[in-house]
Design a protein around this ligand. Structure first.
Ligand code: SF4
Ligand code: SF4
Length: 315
């Protein structure tokens, strides 16, 4: 409950500041990222799931997705969880409003990411005032239409805009970002990170422009060690898990990359898989795990408690 109140009433800047301390404040709170669909209305060049080179929508086609009723029945049987809903474009999954509106009381939703490409009428089916993280993709939408949609929805939801600093967004960030300020729409800018976890090589002019925004937003620079393949003690699988469109559960979203990404050719330990919530095989670990993977996903770092195991090198 406290977490939901924080989501509703605490300003974005404070929430961003508090994120690294999340597990200190809520050590045992059960969190999950629910990847309700990997289908998307866009195909962003840098997307690890839906770009032309990636193939998550083919690996998780609409046929593997479950109905809203099936999700609600399965969710009744699992421990109380705070869900962050992600994709793909989550609102492409047509029963999403049904799931949100009928979520068992023991669970809660801390936010949903959307690119806002669906018709307003789809969002209006949601009867709860939840947190929407709206991603802006200048290559697919113009700012006037995008802002009009936000203004139409801003009393129904708590809205925050995410912008990735792609080359295409340079002009927008330089000349038009003030439109969000003018309309009092909170936003943050993330650096562009490639599949090898490298921050994009920006021109001097772009770097200079981004300085003031990236300093205020989360960056990956402070936790570079976690991105190395050195052993880590991690609470993922115990107080944090990820659900896929077919109900399979994995400890974290980085493990989803390892298991399904065409850019990674490595086997995943079976211990990182937590069964399936539809066939009753879902379980949580009773202890922290020892992770040998490179940890690069923001959501994992937000929700898992991770610490480097000193004096050991993974080979
Ligand atoms: S909108 Fe989001 S999920 Fe869809 S292709 Fe772009 S980055 Fe990927
Ligand atoms: S350290 Fe990161 S990659 Fe490893 S299990 Fe934990 S969350 Fe996943």
């Amino acid at each position: 409950m406290i977490l939901e109140l924080v989501q509703k009433f605490v300003p974005l800047k404070v929430k961003t500041f508090l994120k690294p301390y999340f597990r200190l404040i809520f050590p045992n709170k059960l969190m999950s990222v629910l990847w309700i669909t990997f289908r998307c209305t866009y195909s962003c060049s840098y997307c690890p799931f839906c770009s032309k080179q990636s193939n998550f929508p083919q690996q998780f086609p609409i046929e593997c997705e479950k109905s809203g009723e099936e999700w609600i029945e399965a969710l009744k049987k699992i421990p109380p969880t705070s869900f962050y809903i992600s994709g793909g474009e989550p609102f492409l999954y047509k029963d999403l409003p049904y799931i949100i509106n009928n979520l068992p009381d023991k669970h809660s939703i801390i936010g949903i990411i959307t690119n806002l490409s669906m018709p307003i009428s789809v969002y209006e089916k949601v009867s709860k005032k939840i947190h929407l993280n709206v991603s802006f993709h200048r290559e697919f939408v113009n700012e006037t239409d995008f802002i009009e949609k936000i203004l139409a929805l801003k009393n129904r939801f708590h809205i925050n805009v995410n912008i990735v600093a792609t080359e295409e967004n340079f002009d927008f960030i330089k000349n038009k970002i003030h439109i969000f300020d003018k309309n009092e729409i909170p936003y943050h800018i993330d650096p562009l990170v490639d599949n090898a976890n490298k921050i994009h090589e920006y021109s001097i002019e772009y770097k200079e422009l981004l300085k003031k925004y990236l300093e205020k937003s989360r960056t990956i620079k402070t936790e570079e060690k976690l991105a190395q393949k050195i052993p880590k003690k991690c609470s993922a699988g115990r107080n944090y898990y990820n659900l896929l469109p077919n109900g399979n559960a994995l400890v974290c979203s980085r493990i989803i990359d390892y298991k399904y990404s065409p850019f990674i050719q490595e086997e995943v330990d079976e211990s990182a898989c937590l069964g399936n919530i539809f066939d009753g095989s879902f379980y949580l670990n009773s202890d922290d795990c020892i992770c040998k993977y490179d940890c690069i996903a923001h959501c994992d770092r937000d929700y898992a408690k991770i610490s480097i195991i000193k004096n050991k090198v993974h080979k």
